[in-house]
Design a protein around this ligand. Structure first.
Ligand code: GLP
Length: 260
């Protein structure tokens, strides 16, 4: 465990506002550095409530030449129109793409032919390395929409997945859908392999309801039944927590974390 914790940096903010400020500024600083040495920078953007404050901070960051940054969409429900309040296309348009003058952004359109969307996004992703991924961890430990048991074997980049009940219940609990039956049962998601190829990962995880998944992911075995545990294998991940989501970490893990 100590060996893993030395590899992955864990930062703990007091609350989700502090978490968002820290993670957003960390992303901005990283992007500025990359832009000094690269013509173009490619980043993946997650959605969900965990990214609200992160994207708010990042989109207000100064000194970023967004025209040289190309964005990729992490995951999207199948069969949801972008005007639906839970659409991640709508979320990303409102909270990111309309706020900064990106070079490009590749949306996953959940309302068109999913197979074609997967193929086109995978081809675009494969053109060059991904420099930065902003991700979260679900209540069930999922990364993107890779619910447990997650596919750790595929080397595809995007795939079509079924959503488990815990995942769909989380979306209802957060108010994105009125009932479980309204939440789609399938999604397009970047694969675990695709996520792990990102040179840098900033994983933002606020809230008490994520505390058990956080503790298992970083203190437990690497297993498809806890998808986020695979982050233990990524050499350049910063996990940003708040006091609530860090509340189930052991004292020995906490001693290796930095308060921010
Ligand atoms: C959500 C989204 C992902 C996000 C992950 C965690 O359901 N599909 O884009 O990275 O699952 O989100 P949250 O932190 O809001 O639970």
């Amino acid at each position: 465990m100590d060996e893993w914790n030395l590899q992955v940096q864990i930062k703990i903010a007091r609350d989700r506002k502090g978490l968002g400020n820290f993670a957003g500024e960390l992303a901005a600083t990283h992007l500025r550095e990359l832009l000094k040495n690269q013509d173009r920078v490619r980043m993946v953007v997650a959605t969900g409530s965990s990214q609200f404050e992160v994207l708010d901070r990042l989109t207000r960051a100064e000194g970023l030449d967004w025209s040289r940054i190309d964005g990729f969409h992490l995951d999207e429900y199948i069969g949801l129109d972008r005007n639906h309040p839970a659409s991640f296309c709508g979320y990303l348009a409102a909270r990111f793409v309309s706020l900064v003058p990106l070079g490009s952004f590749l949306f996953l359109d959940g309302s068109s032919d999913s197979r074609k969307v997967v193929d086109a996004a995978s081809a675009a992703w494969s053109n060059a390395p991904i420099d930065l991924a902003l991700i979260g961890i679900g209540e069930n430990g999922h990364l993107a929409f890779n619910d447990p048991p997650a596919d750790f074997e595929t080397t595809d980049i995007y795939h079509i997945v079924s959503l488990d009940e815990a995942c769909r219940q989380q979306q209802v609990g957060e108010g994105w859908f009125p009932n479980l039956s309204d939440c789609p049962a399938q999604a397009i998601s970047m694969t675990i392999h695709g996520i792990l190829q990102s040179r840098k990962i900033i994983c933002s995880v606020p809230d008490e309801r994520k505390a058990a998944a956080v503790a298992s992911s970083i203190q437990g075995p690497i297993t498809p039944s806890m998808p986020a545990s695979i982050l233990q294998q990524h050499g350049n991940t910063t996990l940003v927590l708040d006091d609530s989501s860090a509340s189930k970490l052991s004292q020995s893990t906490l001693s290796l974390c930095e308060q921010v």
